[in-house]
Unconditional design. Structure first.
Length: 446
């Protein structure tokens, strides 16, 4: 029986563990902080639960456009955050039960390599050594901290600490306008905070489609948010019950709270990974190939610690692929062209496939009947095709995370724009605009 040791119980780790157990291996999963990893305990599940509350608040505020009177809605951030953490704990417990039901051994503690086949695990009970034929590293990543902006867990916060807040921040300064910063800025603005978003680039979400990023920034500004473009924070300090953020220009921003969203660092620095001979890149990420294999043939890695594409879905797939490959199963190497991703701002941005070239059409939602019914004023659908085959899409819309799936299926199945356009859609529906966008890419045979 193949002995497998997995370091880290996030999506990359626990999904790999389930596959390994299913294929008859003896699986031990080592986790320092809790089953589910940051995706479940401090990142995806909590942040998207917060976003769901913010969306509900926005819908209540917008109800007057639907003929419903709902003035001055109130809520308790203490209750919201308690519910969020209860959801995270429940999800963690469900995953743990699933692992145990499949015979996976769960070993709490900090892991450290002794060799490429031996892992030292230290916990409250002492130290033990786990020997394995195959090892998967799935240790994730953590918030990057600025030397001049040390979090205190009360006024200067990382995204892992923000759920400890009991009261809504009056003036929140979000440092960093990437996905994490934009999501929290959008959510807290909807919940009623005054929000300033510090962006080092010309616009928010510099890594996203420019048209979609422009919509997000327009909606953010229209809702009362403030964007400080081409600004870089050089220091954050606390002054009593306030914070002061100093920008590179010398300007000082004052608020009640500051949220640091300036990227992530891989959790590879405390593993003694050099004892296993595993290579890291110059940023500390583990180098892997498309079957999740490191330079050491029986040592694999999955998830954010690889820096491949920092999404829970990609981590999970990397973990599964690693186990299939290690245990001799037929496996398709990781293909990022069919990975869909979403930025959970308001509205959402969802992308999939190749959105850098080829023919495309952009269809705004302002003529969609369902959008009019729900008072959706902002957003669009953009579909990319090459030789009439759908290769990518950008959707900027409420529930874009759900709308992107049909396009993902189309890309995976290499459907043409005509094949996609000729499928039935519900009327009225937002998805009807997907088919309409595809129809606009039809090319006559003349």
């Amino acid at each position: 029986m193949t002995r497998i040791a997995i370091i880290g119980a996030g999506p990359g780790g626990y999904e790999a563990a389930l596959v390994g157990a299913q294929l008859g291996a003896e699986v031990t999963i080592i986790e320092r902080d809790g089953i589910g990893g940051s995706a479940v305990l401090t990142d995806c599940v909590p942040s998207k639960s917060l976003v769901a509350t913010a969306v509900a608040m926005n819908e209540i505020k917008d109800a007057s456009h639907l003929g419903i009177s709902a003035e001055h809605p109130t809520f308790s951030l203490r209750d919201v955050n308690r519910r969020i953490m209860e959801l995270a704990s429940a999800q963690s417990a469900d995953i743990k039960s699933g692992l145990q039901a499949n015979g996976v051994r769960i070993l709490p503690g900090h892991a450290r390599f002794i060799s490429d086949h031996e892992i030292e695990v230290t916990n409250n009970s002492g130290t033990q050594v786990v020997e394995a034929d195959v090892i998967l590293i799935a240790t994730g990543a953590r918030p990057r901290i600025l030397d001049s902006a040390q979090p205190d867990g009360e006024r200067i916060l990382t995204w892992e600490q923000i759920y400890d807040l009991k009261d809504l921040p009056q003036d929140l300064i979000v440092i960093g306008s990437g996905v994490t910063g934009a999501e929290f800025a959008s959510a807290y603005l909807s919940l009623g905070s005054r929000v300033t978003l510090v962006s080092s680039r010309d616009h928010v979400l510099p890594g996203q489609d420019a048209d979609a990023a422009e919509v997000i920034e327009t909606v953010f500004n229209r809702s009362g948010g403030v964007v400080k473009p081409r600004s870089r924070a050089t220091a954050v300090k606390r002054e009593g019950e306030s914070v002061v953020v100093t920008l590179e220009s010398g300007e000082e921003l004052r608020g009640s709270h500051a949220l640091l969203a300036v990227g992530s660092l891989p959790n590879t620095d405390r593993l003694a990974i050099e004892n296993a001979g595993v290579k890291l890149d110059d940023r500390g990420f583990i180098e892997v190939d498309r079957v999740s294999r490191t330079n050491v043939p029986h040592v694999y890695a999955a998830g954010d610690c690889t820096g491949v594409l920092m999404l829970a879905s990609v981590a999970a797939m990397q973990g599964r692929i690693a186990m299939w490959h290690a245990l001799g199963e037929a496996v398709t190497p990781l293909n990022l062209e069919s990975v869909s991703a979403t930025v959970f701002t308001q509205p959402e941005i969802a992308t999939v496939g190749d959105v850098s070239g080829g023919e495309f059409t952009l269809l705004t939602l302002d003529t969609n009947a369902r959008a009019k019914m729900e008072h959706i004023d902002d957003g669009f659908i953009k579909i990319f095709a090459r030789a009439s085959v759908i290769v990518g899409a950008v959707i900027c819309s409420p529930r874009a995370s759900e709308l992107i799936h049909p396009i993902t299926v189309a890309i995976t199945g290499r459907l043409t724009v005509d094949q996609f356009a000729q499928t039935f859609t519900v009327y009225p529906s937002l998805s009807g605009s997907l088919a309409e966008a595809a129809r606009r890419l039809h090319q006559s045979e003349d």
